[in-house]
Design a protein around this ligand. Structure first.
Ligand SMILES: [Cu+2]
Length: 461
């Protein structure tokens, strides 16, 4: 649901405050409406109603910014402002973003278009927007201090440039950049080829990889964290909150993603091989492509991968760093695999009042199914159920759902895959053979017994 800013403000009892200042040739009266998006759900693609045809992108848990045509110019209006973003059901984060969401809306236009983008700053500090990957006049590049003065709170600036290349781009602040990106300020920017037959696909998905450090029970990210983030997100959503990518069997699919975290993400697709067809530097030459099932996306890079979705099923699509498919967790938890916890628990319980419950003796899977009491506004470390039980994932994980018989541009969740007879793994209940049945004393786990000593005096360092 897209609501106009005026409607939203009216219903929420707020009023537009402050004077907007527009630099340049455009009078304040002619500023286009800045629509806002109240929902974190994927909005239907925005098909062009004028100009060249193209297959519009769908933004995971996001939306495309409506524009208006004003003479030669396609006009957009971004409002930088504090937002509340649902990271997944059960957890809201207090972020900064654009037009009601973090990330901001996807900007979508056509090669050769002249775009005029108004940027209104409703943050408590100054900002700018840098148009990552675009060829443009230097003064439109959005680097605060270097190519423009920062946009002060209450001011509106206007950026004007012609889109010289089609491809996959993004936008983000270049002012107090570390803090503003750690707070969620970013968005995708897709430029379609003028000739709709070039680089044509049937489904075109886009999202940004981002990360937050929000302590369990808190709402605001810690903005000075450098590496040890605890929420690894796709478009500020963590599994199981991330939209599934619904694909009609035999569709040509493009997935575009950019990385604005502080580390790289090897993005891995199950069941299909793909080719990297586009980066934020432009389309790759066909002779430079090779098949992959994982592609690393370094910090500040974008990758678009393409494949034919011809294997029906529920295919996992995720970052292959296993810590990035976890939600908030403590990283200094001891490893107890192989430790005799029953005896340790008994011994510790004697010295710790209130009892002690160790976990993880047989591994960590028990933690996915365990209902542990959590602080309010906290996601379980790994969660989300499939049709066969807990998926034991969090973070940067979602599912590509390939189905026969969908309509073109139908992105509705088709439910879980119904596996055809005889195509699923199953428990073997027949003969095991000697090797599997025989005991292997040489492989007996080396169980460690723990000695617990009650401290008797002040700790010495
Ligand atoms: Cu990752």
């Amino acid at each position: 649901m897209t609501v106009s800013r005026r409607d939203f403000l009216a219903t929420s009892g707020l009023a537009l405050a402050g004077v907007t200042q527009v630099s340049g040739r455009v009078a304040a009266a002619s500023i286009p409406e800045a629509p806002i998006q109240a929902s974190p759900a994927m909005q239907p693609p925005l098909h062009p109603t004028s100009g060249p045809d193209y297959q519009p992108v769908v933004t995971l848990n996001g939306w495309t910014l409506p524009w208006r045509q004003n003479g030669d110019w396609k006009e957009f209006h971004l409002v930088a402002e504090p937002v509340v973003r649902e990271i997944a059901p059960g957890m809201n984060a207090h972020l900064w973003g654009y037009n009601g969401q973090s990330p901001g809306p996807t900007i979508e236009a056509v090669e050769g278009d002249k775009v005029r983008i108004f940027v209104t700053n409703k943050l408590p500090e100054h900002t700018t927007i840098h148009w990552h990957g675009q060829r443009l006049p230097n003064g439109m590049d959005g680097v605060g201090g270097l190519t423009q003065p920062q946009i002060k709170p209450g001011q509106t600036y206007v950026y004007e440039f012609q889109l010289r290349r089609s491809g996959t781009f993004m936008y983000h602040p270049h002012a107090d950049e570390m803090l503003q990106m750690a707070m969620g300020m970013m968005g995708s920017f897709v430029v379609h080829p003028r000739d709709a037959s070039e680089h044509r696909v049937d489904r075109d998905f886009v999202f940004l990889l981002n990360a937050y450090d929000i302590e369990p029970g808190a709402y605001v990210p810690k903005v000075n964290t450098m590496l040890d983030f605890n929420l690894w997100t796709m478009n500020s959503r963590a599994f199981p909150g991330i939209d599934h990518l619904v694909v009609r069997k035999d569709d040509r699919v493009r997935i575009r993603f950019g990385n604005l975290t502080m580390t790289n993400h090897p993005m891995h697709l199950h069941g299909h091989e793909f080719e990297v067809t586009c980066t934020d530097g432009g389309w790759t030459r066909p002779e430079s492509r090779w098949p992959e099932v994982t592609v690393d996306c370094a910090v500040g890079q974008m990758r678009a991968v393409e494949f034919i979705g011809n294997e029906p099923g529920d295919w996992a699509f995720h970052c292959h760093k296993s810590h990035h498919t976890m939600n908030a967790m403590g990283h200094d938890v001891k490893t107890y695999i192989g430790v005799n916890l029953a005896s340790m628990q008994q011994k510790i319980s004697k010295v710790v009042p209130g009892g002690y419950m160790p976990m993880g003796q047989a591994g960590g899977a028990d933690m996915a199914a365990m209902e542990m009491p959590l602080p309010d506004n906290t996601l379980p470390m790994m969660t989300g159920y499939g049709q066969f039980g807990p998926i034991e994932m969090g973070g940067m994980f979602t599912v590509v759902k390939i189905r026969e018989g969908l309509d073109r541009n139908d992105y509705k969740d088709p439910g879980w895959f119904k596996h055809p007879e005889g195509t699923m793994t199953r428990e073997w209940t027949g003969e095991l053979g000697k090797a599997a049945e025989a005991a292997r004393p040489d492989l007996k786990p080396n169980v460690v017994d723990v000695r617990v000593v009650k401290p008797t005096g002040p700790m010495k360092h």
